[in-house]
Design a protein around this ligand. Sequence first.
Ligand code: HEM
Ligand code: HEM
Ligand SMILES: [Fe+2]
Length: 487
Amino acid sequence: MKLNQTVLGFIISKILKKTRQNDEDQKARVEKENGKKRGGQALSRRFAFLACALFVVQGFVAILGATSLVVPDLPSPVPYEYGRSVHLGLATCWPLIGAMGMVYFFTVDELKADLYSLKIVRWQFWIVVLSTAGLLGTLTFRIGNGREFLDGLPMFYAGISLAILLCAYNLIQTLKKSKQHITPASAIMTGGMVFLGLLLIPNVLNYTNPIVDEAVKYWVVHLWEEMAFELITSGFIASFFIASGLVEKKDMEKWLYLEASLAVSGGLFGTGHHYYWIGYPAIWLIIGVVFSLIQMIPVILLAHLTYKGLKRHRPLKRVEKLTLWMILSSLLYHLTGASMLGMLMTIPWVNLYTHGTYITSGHAHLALFGVMGFLVLAGSHAILSRGTVLSRKSYIWAVAGVLFLNLGVITMSSSLLVAGFLQSYLWRYLGMDFTQVQGLISPYLLARVAGGSFYTVGSILFGWRIVNVWWLTREDGKISEEVSKRI
Ligand code: HEM
Ligand code: HEM
Ligand SMILES: [Fe+2]
């Protein structure tokens, strides 16, 4: 066993060494000016790395699930329903862990000062790691509570909530410590983290009333994504756009204020589009539509600002260009799969037919991975690659990874949308038998597996880039932490 591990370690280090030698200037230039990266930023590297690792795992779990929908007797150690729960648990946890790293890293950047407590960062990291491992591990062994989206024992959600609250507390204290230097991006990201905690806590409790249970679930499914995460990722986008000179600081900050107010108001009341059929009063049909429309405004403005910035054509470094490719991918799905398709599904007369069909699943993948996932990957990569130079060859491989991810998401979601359209029309509108329709849509579910495979290829290429850059900069991370401890 020990010998195997040594041999494996030797092979991995040889491969990594070879890749490193292939780099343009033989090895990536790591900035060792200790002042540039602070302890909080060094610690945020572990969040970034873990988020990317879980993201790669998710691809493999998902392919298995997607295949078993087409080949029902596929031998699998985990039954489909628990596999689905593991998939959804991963969809909740890796973006969260990545977002924690992003908020820490870019808050330090914005304030030009370190975090209030590095000890809290370490503690909350291990709390979120153990809770995630417990949640995913028990679900794999078929231990859960059957709740859709948030399946699993409440104690693990309590652990995740505690980790978020500790993170939020640390951020609030950090802002208080550097009161004079607070920027809109740092305040908005902290606000996002506070909301993540507040919205998850009610989900730790048990409710006997199914209407309350459903509503509270959507505080995570909808409000995490369309309000709290949106605040965090918009802070990251603003920080990146200003630092890379793509957009003027004053334009970006104006957008941030608008984004924050519309994300909160639109997001909060836009939850109405999930309250249509769960026993809420009919007024939510109107509130849902009106506020979902509001939710679309900030992303349209962001697309406009980005377009203007790109037209000015400032040359960017390769590392920055890679981040930009991912932000642009996210923007594409935010405009189409999340906003336009979301708005169409929000119209109650349309939702009556599309609710619970593969159209919802198509939208969920376009929005959760297309919009949020790409941004968390962009942020995680930006964290790990700070201070490095990306060689042409590594850049091409990394862009190929991003392209495969895009190809995967587009193939996967468009097949789901066709399958969902057929379900809505044949099953819901014409009243055909459910199983008969299921037979008719299976070619599209097979095409989704193909899309998932492209996606997984992309995730492996991107994952490789992450391992590589993490390895190259690992000493730099340690140095920054040491220096920060001494200060
Ligand atoms: C990045 C932003 C977004 C994310 C991450 C997201 C995510 C999701 C997810 C995961 C679901 C599935 C919920 C379920 O199956 O019950 C969903 C459903 C839905 N989303 Fe979004 N969404 C986003 C943006 C939007 C926007 C902007 C709109 C409207 C303009 C919208 C409208 C809807 C509607 C109407 C449903 C409900 C479908 C149903 O239950 O019939 N979404 N969304
Ligand atoms: C290889 C890529 C992926 C494949 C093959 C895949 C496959 C699946 C499958 C089979 C389901 C069960 C329900 C259904 O049939 O649609 C599902 C649901 C879901 N997946 Fe994925 N998935 C992938 C990637 C992702 C990623 C990266 C995320 C988000 C980070 C994600 C988020 C979700 C969500 C939110 C649902 C629930 C949708 C709903 O019920 O409305 N998936 N996925
Ligand atoms: Fe929503």
